[in-house]
Design a protein around this ligand. Structure first.
Ligand code: SF4
Length: 298
């Protein structure tokens, strides 16, 4: 397990990306961090020749995931780039690790086949030493994938193809996988949380990020295992209305749901001076709680 995870304001140790690229599907995507990173890496003016060879190769391969925008910059093209050699990365790592699955894309993007998802789940099933966080904005696609009949059978077949044993009875849904939906406002909570609750899962989490409006989780909290909140960072960040975060935290406490506050109204990383009259919630709100499935992984 990597040290100082909390110090960097992240709840995961390593990212596992087997595909790159996405399509914006929510107001929360407007300042997509993965798009910015991919553009920085793969845009023609990124000078891949100055990069280390492995990074330059990745830059070349991910270029189809971006295209020129009408504003003159670059943006997601909507095409996805798949990297088959990265499928078995968790299998090669023995140290227990919390993996963020597909943080440069969305595992439930419509261009990803169920066969590819089965292969990724086979790897997760074959790595009980790890924890995997499957995070999506596409809760309907996630529910459809897990609720399709025979999913455990197709993942079991993929486990054999990956060189392991078949799934054992009772292993599905996988105990080492956390299913997380991301919502940025009440409309998305109302749509995504019921779908998450329908999804067969051993651990369900709601990531309210970026927090763009007031959100009430209400009695859904009875069935949730983890809540994360955070606002945007970066030069174009949007502020949530005052009091938004303060309304979520007591509800989590009263339902005894672990809460992880990623960041809230933190000063811009390059700002050296904080003015006295600024109502900064950070670091007063440094709450870093984890669900039970991650306790052994902390
Ligand atoms: S779903 Fe995630 S990766 Fe895809 S565009 Fe939105 S924020 Fe970016």
């Amino acid at each position: 397990m990597l040290k100082n995870r909390d110090q960097y304001g992240r709840w995961w140790d390593l990212a596992w990306n087997t595909h790159y690229g996405c399509t914006k599907c929510s107001p929360g995507c407007d300042n997509c961090w993965a798009e910015t990173l991919t553009v920085r890496l793969a845009a023609p003016n990124a000078h891949p020749s100055d990069m280390p060879p492995a990074r330059a190769d990745l830059a070349r391969r991910t270029r189809p995931a971006i295209q020129e925008s009408v504003e003159g910059g670059f943006e997601w093209s909507g095409d996805l780039v798949f990297a088959e050699p990265r499928l078995d990365i968790p299998l090669r790592r023995k140290t227990p690790t919390v993996w963020f699955v597909s943080n440069m894309s969305d595992l439930f993007h419509p261009h990803i086949s169920d066969d590819w998802r089965d292969r990724m789940h086979a790897v997760m099933a074959l790595c009980p030493q790890h924890r995997f966080v499957v995070c999506t904005k596409r809760a309907d696609a996630m529910a459809n994938y897990y609720m399709a009949g025979g999913r455990d059978v197709s993942v079991s077949v993929a486990m054999r193809r990956a060189g392991g044993e078949h799934m054992v009875p009772g292993q599905w849904p996988l105990r080492n996988v956390i299913h997380m939906v991301t919502c940025c406002n009440q409309g998305e909570v109302d749509h995504n949380v019921p779908l998450l609750l329908k999804t067969p899962s051993a651990c369900r989490a709601v990531n309210v990020e970026p927090l763009l409006g007031s959100v009430i989780l209400g009695t859904w909290l009875e069935q949730l295992d983890w809540v994360l909140i955070g606002d945007e960072s970066g030069p174009h960040r949007r502020r949530p209305p005052n009091g938004t975060a303060e309304a979520i935290a007591p509800a989590c406490y009263s339902y005894r749901v672990p809460l992880y506050v990623k960041q809230l109204q933190a000063p811009h990383p390059k700002r050296r001076v904080i003015h006295d009259n600024e109502d900064l919630l950070w670091p007063r709100w440094a709450v870093r709680e984890y669900p039970e499935v991650l306790h052994g992984a902390k």
